[in-house]
Design a binder for this molecule. Structure first.
Ligand SMILES: Nc1nc2c(ncn2[C@@H]2O[C@H](COP(=O)(O)OP(=O)(O)OP(=O)(O)O)[C@@H](O)[C@H]2O)c(=O)[nH]1
Ligand SMILES: [Mg+2]
Length: 206
């Protein structure tokens, strides 16, 4: 197409038609530019959610993606979901917590950028098993220096273990190579999930 100067266009098409052509050209250019810059700024973050069965992993994932919890059934194998938070595209692997799926955890930890470990803070009798499973991954080098977020879930149930009890029960004070943080949440009631998103977004920027 031959490009004509604006005054030639005006003579050929009239003022209002020239204006319409000009506006549509500018709008196409800005769409192209926006697509280019969006692609440039969007970052990707791969995460895995692990933890014992019934700790609330799938509830957490549904609350993160939908903004509210939905009914869950025990996960057979795994679920995967992709969702966007700000400029970060997050891909989340939610692996079943029953004994037969735990051997898969280490592979997914190795393949992801960050690890979310969910514990049922209202079930203190399960904390020693959670500790053994977590330390198996830490000692085996599957997490290494990847950021680890420990989510103390079900804080809506009373009583529940507080942060210092969890740190002690999970023996987190001995963990030095892996940067870790404990956050109390209720996936069911969407309590403190804004802090989870904030932490994830921060990791996605790095
Ligand atoms: N009270 C309470 N219940 C919760 C919370 N989060 C999850 N639950 C309940 O805990 C049960 C198990 O939740 P899931 O999300 O399916 O647990 P999961 O960790 O994915 O379990 P697996 O898939 O078997 O490993 C469900 O009945 C949830 O409604 C919470 O914050 N508070
Ligand atoms: Mg599940």
């Amino acid at each position: 197409m031959k490009l004509l100067p604006i005054n030639n266009l005006t003579m050929q098409y009239g003022l209002s038609e020239t204006r319409r052509l000009f506006d549509s050209m500018m709008s196409s250019m800005s769409t192209v530019l926006r697509k280019l810059t969006d692609g440039f700024y969007t970052k990707k973050l791969d995460m895995v959610i692990i933890g014992l069965e019934n700790s609330g992993k799938s509830t957490l994932l549904s609350a993160l993606t939908n903004g509210h919890a939905t009914d869950t059934v025990p996960t057979i194998g795994l679920n995967v979901k992709v969702f966007q938070k700000g400029r970060i595209q997050m891909k989340c692997w939610d692996i079943g917590g029953q004994v037969q799926y735990r051997s898969e955890w280490s592979q997914y930890c190795k393949g992801c950028d960050v690890v979310l470990f969910v514990v049922d803070a209202a079930a203190p009798q399960k904390l020693s098993t959670a500790r053994k499973e977590l330390h198996k991954l830490l000692d085996g080098g599957s997490i290494g220096s990847k950021p680890l977020l420990i989510l103390a879930n079900k804080i809506d149930i009373k009583p529940h273990a507080g942060e210092s009890k969890l740190i002690e029960e999970l023996q987190l004070n001995y963990v030095s190579e892996t940067p870790w943080l404990v956050l109390p949440i209720s996936a069911l009631h969407v309590t403190n999930l804004d802090q989870v998103v904030e932490w994830l977004t921060e990791q996605g920027k790095n």
